[in-house]
Design a protein around this ligand. Structure first.
Ligand SMILES: Nc1nc2c(ncn2[C@@H]2O[C@H](COP(=O)(O)OP(=O)(O)OP(=O)(O)O)[C@@H](O)[C@H]2O)c(=O)[nH]1
Length: 473
């Protein structure tokens, strides 16, 4: 080979070497230029957080989305929320051993490589050796803190959907609530006792008794009945002491409350169908709240409950009922906002039959104040439900604080549908518990339950004796 040939080969080799070096330099520069996207620690952490959560549970993306949105949105999918919890805890330990993962999760597959290399140039130019070493050290350091910080954030959200709550025993519930009732009501009883215990009564005193009864919302019919009894007993000389007066008043008031009424809730299942309860009433009276409270009581008694959210007027009402259902571990059937209440009621009972629950409670819409509209809607709900099962109870929810208005509502509802019982709510917020007397007198059906607060367990059976005792203080 000639010298010229050797020179030519050397030149080619030299060119190749130069090309390699230049290529390598350009490659490194390009990597560095990509780095700026990483400096945003927040973004890096987010990426890592996603992948960290993704590993333990396939539903992680879903749960994160739900978490970010809002509690009400996460509620519709309770079964998927719980699994999110474990994934959040595990990533903390899993990330360090797998520093490679955070990188691949980055925007593109190209970036992973640059990440490690960025550190390399800081140390030396060497091609191979430094690269593996450098990335190993710095990269893991960053990823580690990221997931640790992120972990606490997602954690609280999955905790929101929370497990089924413990339900207070139903036995003795009225006792616990009696104090609350008596605080608002006992003034009436004390006033009556003060008058009756004073011995012989003049007409002014009788008038005062009558006024007290009327002001307490007992209604004219019940008041008249009570006055007659009291007058005859006092005329017969049966009241000689304050204790006698109290005993008489107690007896007369209890009698006026019809203690013989059957106040049991008809919620037991039939042979092949669940017990079906319709809860009706004007919006705002406490319909949904009472439905939820009742579901708690039934669940506490070992019943399987399904709640039907047929109040489609307000989307929040269905959310509210769903929240109650989740809290007590009941199933729920709901439809689209503005959907047909009768269709949802029908679907609820159908599902209740299919899944073999013990009780289906349907929270109906009560937005219509006109009798015709109410008749159309409520009548349809009942008719449709009756195609699948017997309706065991139609509970009318009335707000005790609205007094005579409640009575007017009761009349309208009673004309539209056969009321089987009354739930009198917010008795804790009024001194006019006398509405109990009027409602029963007007409708001829018993007050079966009373709401004595906003708490989940503030629903009690109505017992005439206990109620009068609370009234008399
Ligand atoms: N103090 C007190 N508040 C009650 C009672 N029952 C219900 N409430 C409150 O009354 C308000 C209305 O209750 P809801 O259950 O939403 O009434 P609703 O009739 O279902 O009304 P919509 O949801 O509009 O259909 C809520 O703030 C309840 O917490 C009760 O017995 N005592």
């Amino acid at each position: 080979m000639t010298t010229g040939a050797w020179i030519a080969i050397a030149a080619v080799v030299a060119v190749l070497l130069v090309a390699l070096v230049v290529g390598w330099a350009l490659y490194r520069r390009r990597r560095v230029s990509l780095q700026p996207t990483q400096p945003a620690p927040g973004q890096l952490e987010e990426t890592k957080d996603r992948s960290g959560g993704y590993k333990p549970d396939s539903g992680i993306s879903f749960s994160q989305g739900a978490t970010a949105t809002a509690p009400p949105v996460s509620r519709p999918t309770p079964p998927q929320a719980p699994p999110v919890t474990p994934p959040v805890e595990e990533p903390v330990t899993e990330v360090p051993p797998a520093p490679v993962e955070p990188a691949p999760a980055a925007p593109t597959p190209v970036e992973p490589a640059p990440a490690p290399t960025e550190e390399a140039p800081v140390e030396e130019a060497p091609e191979v050796a430094p690269a593996p070493v450098a990335p190993a050290a710095p990269a893991p350091v960053e990823p580690a803190p990221a997931p640790v910080e992120e972990a606490p954030a997602p954690a609280p959200a999955p905790a929101v959907p929370a497990p089924v709550e413990e339900i207070a025993p139903t036995a003795g519930r009225l006792d616990r609530l009696r104090g609350r009732l008596s605080r608002s009501q006992s003034a009436v009883g004390k006033s009556l006792l003060g008058l009756l215990g004073g011995g012989d009564l003049d007409e002014d005193s009788w008038e005062e008794i009558e006024d007290t009864l009327l002001i307490a919302d007992l209604g004219s019919a019940t008041t008249e009945q009570i006055m007659t009894r009291l007058r005859s007993e006092l005329a017969a000389g049966s009241v000689k002491s304050e204790a006698d007066a109290r005993a008489l008043l107690r007896t007369v008031l209890i009698e006026a409350l019809h203690p013989e009424f059957d106040r049991s809730i008809k919620a037991l299942p039939h042979d092949s169908t669940p017990g079906v309860l319709l809860v009706v009433g004007v919006n705002g009276t406490g319909k949904t709240t009472s439905t939820g409270k009742l579901a708690r009581v039934l669940v506490a008694d070992g019943r399987r409950v399904l709640l039907g959210a047929a109040d489609t007027f307000r989307a929040a009402a269905a959310d509210q009922l769903q929240t109650w259902a989740e809290r007590v571990g009941a199933e729920v059937v709901r439809g689209p906002e503005g959907g047909d209440p009768a269709a949802i009621a029908f679907d609820s009972v159908t599902k209740g039959i299919e899944t073999g629950v013990d009780v289906v409670i349907v929270d109906t819409a009560g937005r219509l104040h006109t009798k015709t509209g109410l008749m159309d809607e409520l009548g349809k709900v009942k008719r449709v439900v009756e195609k699948r099962a017997v309706v065991d109870e139609v509970l009318l929810v009335l707000d005790a604080t609205v007094g005579q208005n409640g009575l007017m509502q009761a009349r309208v509802f009673a004309e539209v549908v056969d009321i089987t019982g009354v739930v009198l709510t917010k008795l804790d917020g009024t001194a006019k518990g006398g509405i109990v007397f009027q409602v029963q007198h007007e409708l001829g059906v018993p007050v079966k339950l009373v709401g004595l607060g906003e708490g989940a367990d503030d629903l009690a059976p109505f017992e005439p004796g206990a109620f009068v005792d609370a009234l008399l203080g």
